[in-house]
Design a protein around this ligand. Sequence first.
Ligand SMILES: [Fe+2]
Ligand SMILES: [Fe+2]
Length: 267
Amino acid sequence: MTVRIAQISDLHFGRDVPEVVARLLGELREVAPTLVAVCGDLTQTARAAQFEAARAFLDALPAPALVVPGNHDLPGWRVWARFTRPWRRWRSHIGTDPNGAVTHTAPGLVAVGVNTARAWTPHTDWSRGRINRTQVAAILAAFDAAPDNALRVVLTHHPFLLTGAGRRRGLVGRSAPALRRLRRRADLLLGGHIHLAYSGLVDGLVVAQSGTAVSNRLKGEPNSYNLIESDGDRLTVANRRWDGSRFATHERAAYARDGREWSAAGP
Ligand SMILES: [Fe+2]
Ligand SMILES: [Fe+2]
């Protein structure tokens, strides 16, 4: 059974490009994914109108969506709101509890999303995120309840893997202890935040990072999303890039599983 996940992130409504939004929705209708994984930063500055646009986009998706927030979904410099009711608009427009885990199960798939954005962090860079023990426990509990052969997917906004180009952005805080617990129990970690698309391996897990799907906040590469397909012990990540008029496959990576350890495979 093939599981097909469309991974999109960093929509940044408020800085969205309407033509790209429309084409992405059209493309997703054609692709007919099992799940759309939305890896955070739905808005630019967490304004009500931006959340309304994000909500309309989610409602137009042709498949179930699993959605986690990003740092831009917090009221950035509206400090009073940030500290007293950081997730009020998220709750009212998106409807999930940012303090809990969100889960989607389908035949051959269990996906769990957790919120790694924080209203306050000890780091001077407030865009940084963190994953805590409670969140990892919630992920593992959902995985434990799933059939053995289900693909186990984790959604966060902040990344578990960086490339040279994104090194200064930082990994999700507490990534090392989280990875120690997820190792051999998760298959695929999905993230965003860096606005660069790539995939790779960390501790025997596949990490897929998606670029900014529809915003003009480009960091040196075009808009894109990832189309991920898995049938049991094989998984491919195709990065579908906007070429000015449509999305087309730019890069494709393949991975194979031996037991619960993943490694790179031929295309
Ligand atoms: Fe972003
Ligand atoms: Fe972000």
